[in-house]
Design a protein around this ligand. Structure first.
Ligand SMILES: [Zn+2]
Length: 273
């Protein structure tokens, strides 16, 4: 067995072992109404697509809120054109997940600039929460990595506190997955200390924080179909060697993290005053 095959086999073994440690939500627990907040058009499907499908099957009322307009993912295309494309892709993906267009909200903050619009966005998110009064809120992990992801978390938590609203929070990882052993890790690690910092510490946090799971093994095909609707992120809209796709991240291992039998969440409650 060659070295890379051995490594990927060990990774697969590790993944199957850690899946036993999670507390799995049952069908009854999936009935709660929820708002899924996504920084960009694809994060909702990557992080919670299977859970959205299962919650809709359980009869839950859901809304998806996109924080940014997604217009900065590719520089090879006009940003206004990309914004329109990603909006259509998001609606098509939502449809595949079982969410109708009228339950999808676009806040259209400029992609990459959420941190420049914190206060007005807290107000807009508060208004949405008060209008819908969800039992559950889905947000990216607060230390997911990209600024729009971390700031989405902070804005929604601040909005909940502002309107003194109680809800169960489910934080989902996206870019936080991109560390060893889930992927080969980044290629920047030059020594053992930096490898430890950028892989083992995140992994210990992942195991400590993400203890709630939703089984999505029976809806994986539908999740994949929804992902396929985000064509700008998965295929070269303009044939060009620099057109970035999600398949290229960590040689495809990053994408594999979202097509496992379980979606993982860090679950906790926020209580209004
Ligand atoms: Zn994103």
């Amino acid at each position: 067995m060659n070295k890379s095959l051995l490594k990927s086999s060990l990774r697969r073994l590790y993944r199957s072992l850690v899946n036993f440690r999670h507390i799995e939500l049952d069908s009854k627990q999936l009935e709660g109404s929820a708002i899924i907040f996504a920084p960009h058009q694809d994060d909702e499907t990557l992080g919670c697509g299977g859970t959205i499908i299962r919650k809709k099957q359980a009869g839950a009322d859901l809304k998806i809120v996109f924080m940014t307009d997604g217009s900065s993912s590719h520089s090879l295309i006009d940003s206004q054109e990309l914004k329109a494309i990603r909006r259509e892709e998001a609606l098509a993906a939502a449809k595949k997940l079982g969410v109708e267009p009228w339950d999808v909200i676009f806040l259209e903050v400029k992609d990459g600039k959420l941190s420049n619009n914190i206060m007005p966005t807290i107000q807009r998110v508060s208004n949405i929460i008060i209008d819908f009064l969800p039992q559950e809120i889905f947000i990216p992990y607060g230390e997911d990595g990209p600024p729009d992801h971390n700031v989405t978390n902070h804005i929604v938590i601040a909005a909940l506190k502002k309107c003194e609203f109680s809800a169960t929070i489910y934080e989902y990882p996206i870019w936080f997955w991109n560390h060893w052993p889930w992927t080969q890790g980044t290629s920047k690690e030059k020594n053992l200390l930096s490898f430890f910092k950028s892989n083992l510490i995140p992994e210990l946090n992942l195991q400590k924080e993400f203890r709630t799971s939703v089984y999505i093994g029976d809806v994986l095909e539908r999740k994949q179909a929804a992902l396929n609707e985000h064509k700008s992120q998965f295929s070269e809209l303009i044939p060009h060697p620099h057109w970035w796709t999600l398949q290229r991240v960590s040689q495809g291992e990053f994408l594999e993290c979202f097509l496992q039998n379980y979606e993982l969440f860090c679950q906790y409650k926020i209580r209004g005053i």
